[in-house]
Design a protein around this ligand. Structure first.
Ligand code: AN7
Length: 360
């Protein structure tokens, strides 16, 4: 198999001989077994799908490569999106790679520093909208209707097509679908994409079962759980600060058809899960991504039958994107020290430890 989503899963994607086979090396991300989480929740096994390992640090690259390749095939020269940050980073990267003009509309002051840095670095035209993500999405929908500009939000069906490949990879590495798939939900494109992928593999006989789809929104931005749009969504997890998801109905279909559940987790639960992942598993993800693990922990607390079950938590993006969240969580500050051995030994309290060199 070649590199990238288009070459690995081409026959299962809506591409033709005329679709350029572009790639930045997206997809083929690690699925790792947790070291402690499975015991913590009482599962037989919990796997973490590390989507932060994609080229721009989030799952968005899987769908963006398909959307951008199809835009090129259609001879479009400009792409546009609204974003809580990751979609804009991904669009900007693939736009740069493919010589397209990229326009991104982001909610002013509300996206993570690293994501903004990416859009700037890749040379996108960045509009900081005086409004939230939902308003920015309305604006780009209108613009793409009015002008010959390709919308690359997940309303673009090619995005969902590309993102479904993550479900293929999970089945390809486990040999079957897991019992549960836990995933953060914002605009609800990704849960819809995973469900499409699991369904297609099942129908093709490549998986014996389909997972129960467990989606998790942040409490202050949980329109699907509440059953009504949230006008002013609020959560520390800025990536999923979305009040009126575009793929709402598809997410409900995924929930209902799989026997799953879309539920809410609090910011405190999200931050606790983010910290757990970093400290116990060695996986530093962004806050929004930790909603999947916060959700699995909540399921365990609420007595879901997890014994003997396999769960996959989708870790949607890397923690390096939002360094501004780190200090508020750190109760161990850095320690300043003179650049001298005895000073370092003093700070580390090594005088109490045997000075005999360790046997290697
Ligand atoms: C890390 O970038 O909506 O439910 O504009 O960045 O498919 O929206 C990001 C969403 C989860 C939610 N985790 O996925 C955007 C944007 C991370 C994210 C989600 C997002 P969807």
């Amino acid at each position: 198999m070649g590199v990238g989503v288009l070459s690995r899963y081409g026959p299962l994607l809506p591409i033709t001989g005329d679709t350029p086979r572009v790639t930045l090396g997206e997809g083929d991300t690690p699925l790792i077994a947790s070291r402690h989480l499975a015991d913590e929740v009482g599962c037989q096994e919990v796997y973490l799908k590390l989507e932060g390992c994609n080229p721009t640090g989030s799952f968005k690259d899987r769908g963006m490569v398909v959307a951008v390749a199809k835009a090129m095939e259609a001879e479009s020269t400009t792409i546009i999106c609204a974003s809580t940050g990751n979609t804009s980073a991904s669009a900007a990267a693939y736009g740069a790679h493919c010589d397209l003009t990229t326009i991104v509309l982001v909610p002013k002051g509300a996206i993570a520093t690293g994501k903004l840095a990416q859009a700037i670095a890749y040379g996108a035209q960045i509009l900081s909208v005086n409004g939230n993500f939902d308003r920015a999405l309305e604006l780009v929908r209108e613009l793409s209707d009015k002008y010959p500009i390709t919308l690359v939000n997940s309303l673009n069906p090619h995005r969902i097509q590309g993102q479904k490949t993550a479900a293929f990879e999970i089945v390809d590495s486990l040999g079957d679908a897991p019992d549960y798939l836990a995933i953060p939900v914002g605009n609800a494109g990704n849960i819809s994409a995973y469900w499409m992928g699991f369904r297609e593999y099942h129908e093709a006989g490549l998986a014996k079962k389909r997972p129960m789809m467990m989606g998790f929104q942040a409490e202050g931005a949980a329109p699907i759980v509440r059953g009504a749009p949230v006008e002013n969504p609020e959560t520390i997890a800025s990536a999923i600060r979305i009040g009126n998801p575009a793929s709402w109905s598809q997410a409900l279909t995924a929930q209902d058809a799989s026997g799953g559940l879309i539920d809410a987790v609090s910011d405190d639960e999200i931050l606790a899960a983010q910290r757990y992942l970093a400290r116990r598993e060695g996986v530093f993800c962004e806050a929004a991504s930790a909603a999947s693990v916060a959700g699995l922990l909540k399921m365990s607390r609420e007595g879901h039958s997890l014994a003997g079950k396999t769960a996959v938590c989708v870790i949607t993006g890397t923690g390096l994107k939002e360094p501004e969240l780190a200090p508020s969580q750190t109760d161990i500050p850095t320690q300043d020290v003179e650049a001298e051995l005895d000073a370092v030994e003093r700070v580390l309290a090594l005088a109490d430890v045997s000075a005999t060199p360790k046997q290697r």
